[in-house]
Structures are given as structure tokens and as C-alpha cells.
Design a protein around this ligand. Structure first.
Ligand SMILES: CC(C)(COP(=O)(O)OP(=O)(O)OC[C@H]1O[C@@H](n2cnc3c(N)ncnc32)[C@H](O)[C@@H]1OP(=O)(O)O)[C@@H](O)C(=O)NCCC(=O)NCCS
Length: 150
């Protein structure tokens, strides 16, 4: 499994991959522009994909917002690859790409019942600091996590 930055040639593959897992994301009530589209349209997004036999199996996206602040935007792994440590490897790559930026606060969110995503952030030392009540389409709340890397 190889982790690379998404190349312009891979954009169609990425969109196909994203549509295959889109239903696994719990959408927001006030859905503006689909955040999936922003992955390709926002030049500030850093987008890494992992490929197996030239097929995208997972992605992670982040955005450096200030000299000491970075948002972990999202992560997704194809269903057949889940539970194999792929998201952890992607997260570690994101951490290693930003390890020279210090101090750096990394923050990100998920919905409260997303145990896999919560565990992923907690595993790398991010801690819950904020809850946004009932902002998801099914009435669930979002939870924000963060960590200051010194
Ligand atoms: C969240 C997601 C990216 C995790 O991917 P993954 O490759 O299965 O994650 P990993 O195998 O690296 O596991 C990360 C940690 O979460 C734990 N974990 C994985 N799936 C879990 C689950 N269903 N319930 C509880 N813990 C889980 C793992 O055990 C691991 O912790 P550990 O190393 O202490 O054992 C994947 O489930 C996914 O794509 N879900 C749909 C999209 C999504 O929810 N994205 C995040 C939205 S913010």
C-alpha cells in the first residue's frame, strides 16, 4: 500500500472512491456545498491517498490554516480495507508531513457515535474539547478534538 498526494490524473478515481463511501459519512443538517467536492476544489486542502494495485483504498485531507493551526479535514477507507490500520497509516503520514511545524494545534471533528474516527484521533493524542449539539441530519452531535504539538 502506497501513500501519495493525489495527482490531477487521479481525480476521477478519487471521485469514484469518494462516492463509494459517501453514504458512510453522517451529513450535517445544514448541508452547504458538499464537502466532498471541496476536496478537489479548495487549493488549501492537502489530499493524500493510499493506493493498492493502482486503486484508491483510502484518503486523508488536512489544511494548514495558520502558522500554528491545522485542521484535520477528513479520512475515509474503503469498506473492504477497514480495521486493517490504513486510517492510522494515513494519519501518521499527515503527522509526519507536518512535524516540522511547531508549535502546531491539530484539530478535527467527527460525530459522537463514530467510534472508529474518535479512536483514531484519541490514539494520536487528540482530546475532545467541544460538542456541537444536534447538527447532524439524524440529530446527532458533532464532537471536536484537538492536540497541541509542541
Ligand atoms: C473511520 C475510518 C476511516 C477508520 O479507518 P480504519 O482503516 O478502519 O482505521 P484503523 O484500522 O486505522 O483503526 C483506527 C483505530 O480505530 C479502531 N477502530 C477501527 N474501527 C473501529 C470501530 N468500528 N469501532 C471502534 N474502534 C474502531 C481501531 O482498533 C484502531 O485503534 P487501535 O489501533 O487502538 O486498535 C473508517 O472506518 C471509515 O472510512 N469510516 C467511514 C468514514 C468515516 O467515518 N470517516 C471519518 C469521518 S470524520
Amino acid at each position: 500500500m502506497q501513500i501519495t498526494r493525489l495527482s490531477p490524473n487521479d481525480q476521477d478515481d478519487f471521485l469514484r472512491f469518494i462516492s463509494s463511501i459517501q453514504q458512510d459519512f453522517l451529513r450535517f443538517k445544514n448541508l452547504g456545498k458538499s464537502h466532498m467536492r471541496r476536496y478537489l476544489e479548495d487549493p488549501g486542502y492537502q489530499l493524500l491517498v493510499s493506493k493498492e494495485d493502482e486503486t484508491i483504498a483510502g484518503y486523508i485531507a488536512y489544511r494548514i490554516e495558520a502558522k500554528d493551526k491545522m485542521q484535520f479535514i477528513g479520512v475515509g477507507v474503503g469498506q473492504s480495507h477497514r480495521g486493517t490500520g490504513l486510517a492510522s497509516r494515513l494519519f501518521e503520514r499527515m503527522l509526519s508531513e507536518t512535524r516540522k511545524i511547531r508549535p502546531l494545534t491539530i484539530y478535527g471533528r467527527t460525530w459522537e457515535t463514530n467510534q472508529a474516527s474518535r479512536r483514531l484521533m484519541e490514539k494520536y493524542g487528540l482530546r475532545k474539547y467541544r460538542t456541537i449539539p444536534c447538527d447532524r441530519i439524524n440529530g446527532e452531535s458533532s464532537v471536536w478534538f484537538r492536540r497541541l504539538f509542541r
